[in-house]
Design a protein around this ligand. Structure first.
Ligand SMILES: NC(=O)c1ccc[n+]([C@@H]2O[C@H](COP(=O)([O-])OP(=O)(O)OC[C@H]3O[C@@H](n4cnc5c(N)ncnc54)[C@H](OP(=O)(O)O)[C@@H]3O)[C@@H](O)[C@H]2O)c1
Length: 237
């Protein structure tokens, strides 16, 4: 399988990259600064024939275009895209900056660009390659925080809104690409011990990655446009 992963240098993206490589797949691991990504560089030494490291800032159009070109230089198709890159402003700062009284334009715009608009535009740019792949699948890493049904607190304003926007973008995309034989789903990866999730999180990113890879393997056309957990359970919109 040929898999493209954004935000591959740490957290969930790194685990997804590692596990796809361990089972023999080809991975395009995109990160903002591949030269500084020590773990990715190490994986590259081990799997140089199946791992391509490429720079990608999902908020930058020229960067997206260059990444597509790099993939094209290596292959004529992709089977799986995982929109994993994401931000949670002030994560781990010990203070909830996404609450009323502390909300800023800058935090709002950055969160929306990285978490919602970026994944949509990356998907658009890679669509021709996914159409040429086997059962092209787009898995976008969302969050239970993006569920309108579950929303019971103000904080985090921006993060929740950005994941709801991501959900709508990807459901819109699903409505349009289903007839091409492509599948787009939203995945809640659970609360993971990463830089974003913090030390108190309930699960390891390796477990979420394992579940997400299984999910990607087993996706059917009927699941196009759905919002599920890393274990495949439906999440209320
Ligand atoms: N951790 C959780 O508990 C949790 C729960 C629900 C959902 N999620 C979602 O799961 C995904 C992965 O989260 P994580 O916990 O692994 O987070 P993380 O450890 O903070 O990693 C975030 C990744 O996103 C990348 N990124 C940020 N801005 C970017 C940009 N403009 N362009 C490209 N890459 C960018 C980061 O790259 P740099 O190293 O360059 O900053 C990093 O690779 C995210 O979408 C997150 O919202 C996480």
């Amino acid at each position: 399988m040929r898999v493209f992963i954004t935000g591959a240098n740490r957290g969930l993206g790194l685990e997804l990259t590692r596990q796809y490589l361990e089972r023999g797949d080809h991975v395009f691991a995109a990160s903002r600064n591949p030269t500084d990504a020590a773990e990715l560089q190490q994986l590259h030494q081990q799997y140089s024939d199946r791992l391509v490291l490429l720079p990608l800032d999902v908020t930058n159009a020229a960067s997206i275009e260059a990444a597509v070109q790099t993939v094209r230089n290596n292959t004529d198709a992709l089977d799986v895209l995982i929109n994993n890159a994401g931000v949670y402003p002030h994560a781990g700062s010990g203070d909830a900056h996404q609450r009323l009284g502390q909300l800023t334009h800058d935090d709002a715009i950055e969160t929306m660009q990285v978490n919602a608009i970026g994944p949509l535009l990356v998907s658009q740019a890679l669509l021709p390659l996914l159409r040429a792949g086997r059962k092209g699948r787009i898995l976008s890493i969302s969050s239970g925080q993006g569920s309108l049904t579950w929303k019971a607190t103000g904080d985090p304003y921006h993060y929740s809104a950005s994941k709801s926007a991501l959900n709508m973008y990807m459901r819109s995309l699903a409505a349009e690409i289903g007839h091409m034989g492509l599948i787009s789903v939203l995945v809640d990866p659970g609360w993971m011990r990463t830089d974003m999730g913090g030390d108190h999180a309930t699960q390891e990113p390796a477990d979420s990655a394992r579940g997400i890879i299984r999910l990607a393997d087993q996706l059917h056309a009927e699941e196009n446009g759905s919002f599920v957990t890393w274990q495949g359970q439906p999440v209320p919109w």
